[in-house]
Design a protein around this ligand. Structure first.
Ligand SMILES: [Zn+2]
Length: 411
């Protein structure tokens, strides 16, 4: 059972007084950047087996695949679309490799000069110096490259059922794609290479994050950032939870620790896109209440929604382990399912039990919170501020008892 700190319940009662003191309102809806990507709905795109794509034969000519020392005959690969319905034992490492390469092929279709480390599209850059891969059971991570039978191939390990299930959708494919690009980068003459000092949290790191000369981790981070902010926009919204969770852990978690100097700032996600549409809540007051992420038990959010306004309160802990209570600015626009809003968050400091400090004197900017309700019983929150950043997938714990009709996202 989730425990509710007492002072948080108190907060609810004094809330209107605090509300009156808050005047800064930040509202933002992220707009999808327009790009000319050859993929307009990544979720639908990945439902097609790579073998069903007319480009499949070209992919196998450009990239041969070896598994445990044996070249794969691509004509013997079988797959039945849709990928999400395929038994997991039939969704093999070989198919996942070609699905990743296929995504690479279409991703930058018709574009050049948009990647900082090459003037080519990602696919053309990939095949320029690398024309195959080998998968070996038991290999952790990967390496690039070796010459086998006249081909330059990079190496990586096979996946278990859990990993292959992950790779049905974009949240897994994007990870493969950024990993392939990392390995491929090592075969470029101007690759700055890794440093193997104790300056970062890993066995190997890039000396710096320099977009004028990105290393392997730099290329991975740069790609993750473009996808997260939709500068490279692949469309689709069904898998947004999965892909943003992956980006939160890989893009902002692991990869930012792989640079010794000039560490990139955390990516602020674009959790919305016009193609996702937006549903209207029949009665948005039904969102009022306490919400939390079951994977982050011990903290939570309180939403107060009336006819025309709403605010959010965060209660949890600071980076140094002290209790942290934040309150947002007031949002005045209509809440819609699937619509992203960004609010500034403020911390209140300095008062005592007997002598609370007026909000105008106590307020301290903390950072921002990005909120999206998928429906009346699920939402996503990204916090980004002085104590760090994190992504939460929230569900209601206690709501106000107002029926909130679930309105499906419209395509
Ligand atoms: Zn590397």
């Amino acid at each position: 059972m989730r425990k509710i700190p007492y002072q948080f319940v108190e907060t609810l009662e004094v809330f209107p007084r605090i509300l009156a003191l808050i005047f800064t309102i930040i509202l933002g809806t992220f707009l999808c950047s327009s790009s000319m990507a050859g993929i307009t709905d990544i979720d639908a795109f990945l439902e097609m087996c790579p073998t069903d794509d007319p480009i499949f034969e070209q992919l196998t000519i450009d990239f041969a695949l070896m598994k445990n020392g044996v070249w794969i005959d691509p004509t013997e690969l079988t797959c039945t679309s849709p990928v999400s319905k395929l038994p997991i034992e039939e969704w093999t490492d070989e198919l996942i490799f070609y699905q990743t390469i296929r995504t690479m092929y279409y991703m930058d279709f018709g574009q050049t000069e948009h990647l900082p480390w090459t003037s080519l599209s990602l696919y053309d850059w990939m095949r320029k110096l690398v024309n195959g891969a080998r998968i070996e059971d038991g290999v952790i991570g990967g390496s690039c490259c070796s010459r086998i039978d006249g081909r330059t191939v990079f190496l990586f390990g096979s996946s278990d059922e859990f990993g292959r299930d992950f790779d049905r959708s974009w949240r897994g494919i994007l990870h493969n794609l950024s990993f392939y690009a990392h390995e491929r980068r090592h075969s470029d003459p101007d690759d700055p290479g890794h440093t193997r000092t104790v300056c970062c949290d890993g066995p190997a790191c890039d000396q710096e994050y320099n977009e004028a000369n990105l290393g392997g981790y730099g290329v991975s981070f740069w790609l993750l950032k473009q996808w997260a902010t939709r500068q490279i926009d692949l469309g689709g919204c069904g898998d947004i939870v999965g892909r943003l969770s992956t980006l939160a852990s890989d893009g902002n978690g692991v990869f930012r620790t792989r640079f010794c100097t000039n560490i990139p700032v955390p990516t602020v996600f674009d959790m919305n896109g016009p193609e996702c549409g937006a549903g209207t809540f029949e009665d948005r007051r039904g969102l009022t209440g306490m919400w939390y992420d079951p994977a982050l038990d011990g903290e939570g959010f309180n939403f107060i929604v009336d006819g025309s306004r709403w605010v959010v309160i965060y209660y949890g802990y600071s980076a140094s382990g002290e209790r942290l209570w934040l309150i947002s600015g007031v949002y005045y626009d209509e809440i819609q399912a699937g619509k992203t809003v960004v609010l500034n968050m403020y911390e209140y400091l300095g008062g005592t039990f007997d002598s609370p400090k007026p909000g105008t004197d106590a307020v301290l900017p903390w950072g921002s919170v990005t909120i999206q309700f998928d429906n009346c019983s699920a939402g996503k929150i990204q916090m980004f501020g002085v104590d760090g950043e994190k992504m939460s997938e929230i569900v209601p714990l206690i709501t106000a008892g107002v029926t909130c009709e679930n309105i499906e996202l419209t395509e």
